[in-house]
Design a protein around this ligand. Sequence first.
Ligand SMILES: Nc1ncnc2c1ncn2[C@@H]1O[C@H](COP(=O)(O)OP(=O)(O)OP(=O)(O)O)[C@@H](O)[C@H]1O
Ligand SMILES: [Ca+2]
Ligand SMILES: [Ca+2]
Length: 600
Amino acid sequence: MGTCTSKPPKPNPYASRELYPDDQAHPSQPPKSPPTPLHDKPTSNITTPKSPFFPFYSPSPAHFLKKSPASAAAAAGSANSTPRRFFKRSFAPPSPAKHIKAVLARRQGKKAAKSIPEEEDGVGEGQGRVELDKRFGFSKELTSRLEVGDEVGRGHFGYTCSARFRKGELKGQQVAVKVIPKAKMTTAIAVEDVRREVKILRALSGHTNLVRFYDAFEDPDNVYVVMELCEGGELLDRILSRGGKYSEDDAKAVVVQILNVVAFCHLQGVVHRDLKPENFLYTLKDENSQLKAIDFGLSDFVRPDEKLNDIVGSAYYVAPEVLHRSYSTEADVWSIGVIAYILLCGSRPFWARTESGIFRAVLKAEPSFDEPPWPSLSPEAKDFVKRLLNKDPRRRMSAAQALSHPWIRNYNGVKVPLDVHIFKLMKAYMRSSSLRRAALRALAKTLTVDELFYLREQFTMLEPNKSGSITLENMKLALTKNATDAMKESRIPDFLASLSALQYRRMDFEEFCAAALSVHQLEALDNWEQHARSAYEHFEKDGNRAIVIDELASELGLSPSVPVHAVLHDWIRHTDGKLSFLGFIKLLHGMSSRTAIKTQ
Ligand SMILES: Nc1ncnc2c1ncn2[C@@H]1O[C@H](COP(=O)(O)OP(=O)(O)OP(=O)(O)O)[C@@H](O)[C@H]1O
Ligand SMILES: [Ca+2]
Ligand SMILES: [Ca+2]
């Protein structure tokens, strides 16, 4: 059997599913030496049958047997390049992904394997001493409400069965029941994960691309999550059955639906943290069926100005900043980048044989865009994926922004949703010095039609008045219109209150652009230098003026402890005492005492 058959067609409900048949060792099974070729089961590593789905991929096990320094470095991604020399295809085709070991360790109370240093907080460990409260407050009436049928799927934390309502309004309706055994909840984190999973699903249910939630039940043994039955199978299985050959339009159809639901989650302040093709299901078997996000088991609420730090997710899809333990919603966008890459070329962008090797690739290696089919794909498709796979989360597109990218924005019925990122940028703008605002206004004048498209969409959604300006009230209303219970939990209304500087102001589109543009994202563009130069010219005309260093320091709000003359010396053009180009660029980024010291 090849990599591509992710699981047996009729799983035995009581046998543990072989989740990771190919290239990763099962948690209890350390990697064998020599390791199994990528697409084969352990027993078939002598004759290497070609994968039925990836006939072009016929790896030789040789590079595993003989670890030359170069191949070891490449496989580990220690060089700034991908290990493509060692594979016919640059990266391995997709297969079921397993959770990062640290995720499981923290949830099961075991010591994490070596690839990631675990936090020394002891949260995951030693919890056997304290009796865990596994009461969830859910109804105990599962069996009287539902008739539970066969198993339809299985994951690490639970298994899912089909079921049918016995009575009530939904009598006869087919549903899915995810059964999560309480015995598996061996740590407080694991119990909390299940509470949150249900809370998030309940709050977000209703979006077209999110599995519909009906109810949750419990008994002494299990928690039962009742949801819409998706009969069309996992996205992963469809990718595998097509051998990763998606036309750009077919890939768009998938990516748009993923972005829709993820942008919605992010606006509600929920980060999924486990986006992968296994966690998207089709409602029906037909080709054009709708895609639904499932499995919020690792999801969390995140406030707009907060960073999360626990390492969560599945190795192939994990964002670099998650491995650095400081991340937010952008991490999901990275995972969508990995999915989009796979859809378009049939291979994973970051691959290695071990978990730590994958992490090194994620942190260091640049995915290949040189090998077939990439040269024959549109430049927009490549640009799209590259802008999702930017290692710097500040430079990465947000999900809402990705929906306004030229590759996707004209696809059937794409609607750009409200982007909470806009509010974060506006908050920073409102707190900026007048000099910085002038610099941002100059930069806003250089935005291209493509960049303005997204800002115009956002501005329109805030429903400006007839004279074309918006107030804080408009922003509140726009958010209220889109609010679910999750938004309260992620404190988005509180965040808006912190924008009170906008209270008595109106912002027209021109100023909105200055306030809501992201300097970091513009910096990631190929023509950034050009942008910045022409912005500086605008600034010279309208905003630049002679400045003394002390004034600049107070404009920037630098604390008295900062050695301002040393730090800001380069910022001033000595011929006329005005801001230099370098000073202008730094000013665009804003300046705190911390960044001032760093730029010394
Ligand atoms: N609503 C549904 N309709 C049909 N099948 C479903 C549904 N929800 C889940 N499944 C099936 O059950 C499998 C396991 O569900 P889920 O991913 O929620 O479990 P998990 O234990 O959290 O998995 P993981 O190991 O990925 O964390 C899914 O991959 C899917 O095949
Ligand atoms: Ca899952
Ligand atoms: Ca899960």
